[in-house]
Design a binder for this molecule. Structure first.
Ligand code: HEC
Length: 98
């Protein structure tokens, strides 16, 4: 939808937004336990900077809540802003920086 490949459907966009908000709120819970899986891309720095990790996650939750599902231009712009918050955390706390 955001790519303009299909028409903006505000109901579906609203559903996807809601899922993003719910899932991003759950992120800290998923990281409470220190990762031991050798394939994990989570950097140990997460548990040394837990408060900062929470702060970065909060920025993602807020950006997800702010996703504009009303117009194509608004949707594209707000998804760019959301993506920047994902990257902000990945750059510091994930082995793969994207
Ligand atoms: C607060 C930090 C943080 C935020 C915010 C965050 N991520 Fe991540 N993300 C991680 C970490 C850490 C990993 C690595 C997890 C692992 O491999 O155990 C990860 C992994 C991923 C993966 C790979 C999952 C897998 O199964 O390998 C995807 C996809 C992803 N993030 C997408 C996103 C998107 C999209 C957003 C924004 C809407 C986002 N992330 C926001 C920290 C974050």
């Amino acid at each position: 939808m955001a790519k303009g490949l299909r028409p903006l459907d505000p109901d579906r966009a609203e559903q996807a937004k809601s899922a993003l908000v719910t899932l991003s709120r759950q992120t800290p819970e998923l990281f409470k336990t220190h990762a031991k899986d050798p394939t994990s891309e989570a950097l140990p720095l997460i548990w040394e900077n837990w408060d900062d990790f929470l702060k970065k996650n909060e920025a993602t939750v807020r950006a997800a809540q702010a996703v504009d599902t009303k117009t194509l231009g608004g949707l594209q712009q707000s998804l760019i802003q959301l993506g920047a918050t994902c990257l902000d955390c990945h750059e510091k706390y994930r082995k793969i920086k994207n």
